[in-house]
Design a protein around this ligand. Sequence first.
Ligand SMILES: NC(=O)C1=CN([C@@H]2O[C@H](COP(=O)(O)OP(=O)(O)OC[C@H]3O[C@@H](n4cnc5c(N)ncnc54)[C@H](O)[C@@H]3O)[C@@H](O)[C@H]2O)C=CC1
Ligand code: BAL
Length: 496
Amino acid sequence: MSELLTREQYHAIASDLQLPTQSFIDGRFRPALSGKTLPTINPATGEVLTNIAACSAEDVDFAVNKARAAFDDGRWSSLHPGERKAVLLKLAELMEQNSRELAVLESLDSGKPVAECETVDVPETIHFIRWHAESTDKIYDQTAPVGSDAVAMVVREPIGVVGAVLPWNFPLLMLGWKLGPALAAGCTVVLKPAIQTSLTALRVAELAHEAGLPNGVLNVITGRGSEVGAAIGRHPDVDMVTFTGSTETGRLFLNYAAESNLKEVVLECGGKNPCIVLDDAEDLDAVAEHVVAAAFWNMGENCSAGSRLIVHENIKDALLERVCAHTREWRTGDPLDPANKLGALVDKGHFDKVVSYLNRGKEDGHTLLLGGELMEGNFVPPTIFDGVKNGDALAREEIFGPILVVITVASVEEAIAVANDTDYGLAASVFTANAKKALRAARAIRAGTVTVNCFGEGDATTPFGGYKQSGFGGRDNSLHAHDQYTQLKTVWIDLS
Ligand SMILES: NC(=O)C1=CN([C@@H]2O[C@H](COP(=O)(O)OP(=O)(O)OC[C@H]3O[C@@H](n4cnc5c(N)ncnc54)[C@H](O)[C@@H]3O)[C@@H](O)[C@H]2O)C=CC1
Ligand code: BAL
């Protein structure tokens, strides 16, 4: 990673950026067939950054036909795995060469702090693409144990045309999570970024073309979810949809699939994730750092944010003192200032939603420990409410902003019961010095990822996805991600 720059230097880079404006279909940029455009706004300033193509079902049809043709003629799926790997590694290399530009573009378009984009989003996206590229020529098919009179091969084949529908909170990273395994498996892709954050996906499509990805293999199509997303979900020639976003929109994709071609659907949806701190947790200062990162990283715009702190009454005061102290170090402001750890919320609509929860917290009589004040623009500083019960709105609903609620418990059993008392089941953290308690809690908590004595989401090697209403149909990351993008065929050969 190169050194971080100064605020002035980031602003200078931002003002010189060439912003992509058109969709990328079949190897080149194209306007929407209707010619319509939509503004994309800088969340930090409210200014129009540029206008992007406002595509519709017609454009989706065009892109899917190109992706279908590219899949069916085998220009990508029939390549030797080593050749696919070489193209994907080249893409990773080009992204690395352009990493600063990608980081600034991501920050400008999404409001994320540029330091995070430079140190996490861009390098991690490259790492995920590289990791899956490397897997291309290392995954073996199987033979079944059917005796000596037959050979039964279990062959993994690419599923076909993938519709990838992305959220705005990690535009590049989610692209990496989906594209890496989909392209490694030999699929072709029609990718729809969130309307707020389309720019980096368009730039990656251009870089992928430069890396040698054949035309039609990766198509990035911009526009409204209700038009472009729905048209992808309903298209009869899309073989599967991989989606990350809200549970509410995720549900729609199940309807779209049922109403069209029964395409496979994988959903990675919301969370209201518990962060449990038991009274034997060691090094409360380190615990507090994890709690703060879990709650406020990426402005809390994170499906796996630890937004419910469930703390044992015996250590509550000592922990909260440290949590507040660390939170005060998380400065909020200009995303292009590398000293800021929180940038802008993604848009005014989302800001209003988060503010409504701030107001709700106050109206419901919770104790405001920190934050709660508003700044000019779409900025909300980290806020902590104590005295929250798990039945309260702030503890049940996904706020997706920098608001942490504190729930006090008197035992490990109560902590686990509270942790599980939610519609969601994406992630959880447990802090304790007792290994038995940690493992018992990890098993008892109904969530796809449980971290012990740390906050995190695993890495490229570990599956990521949710239990209950946090997920459906498969996992991102690790070799298990390849299951989303492949299907199994049995080839039975009679030897008798
Ligand atoms: N789990 C996660 O990672 C995310 C959760 N959220 C949650 O969702 C809330 C609302 O945010 P949104 O931007 O509205 O998320 P969303 O779930 O509606 O958006 C995710 C993707 O779905 C597309 N989409 C939207 N409406 C669609 C439709 N009718 N048919 C097909 N595709 C559609 C969007 O354009 C975007 O690409 C947030 O406040 C947050 O609580 C939002 C983004 C990511
Ligand atoms: N935390 C990565 C997945 C997501 O927030 O959508």
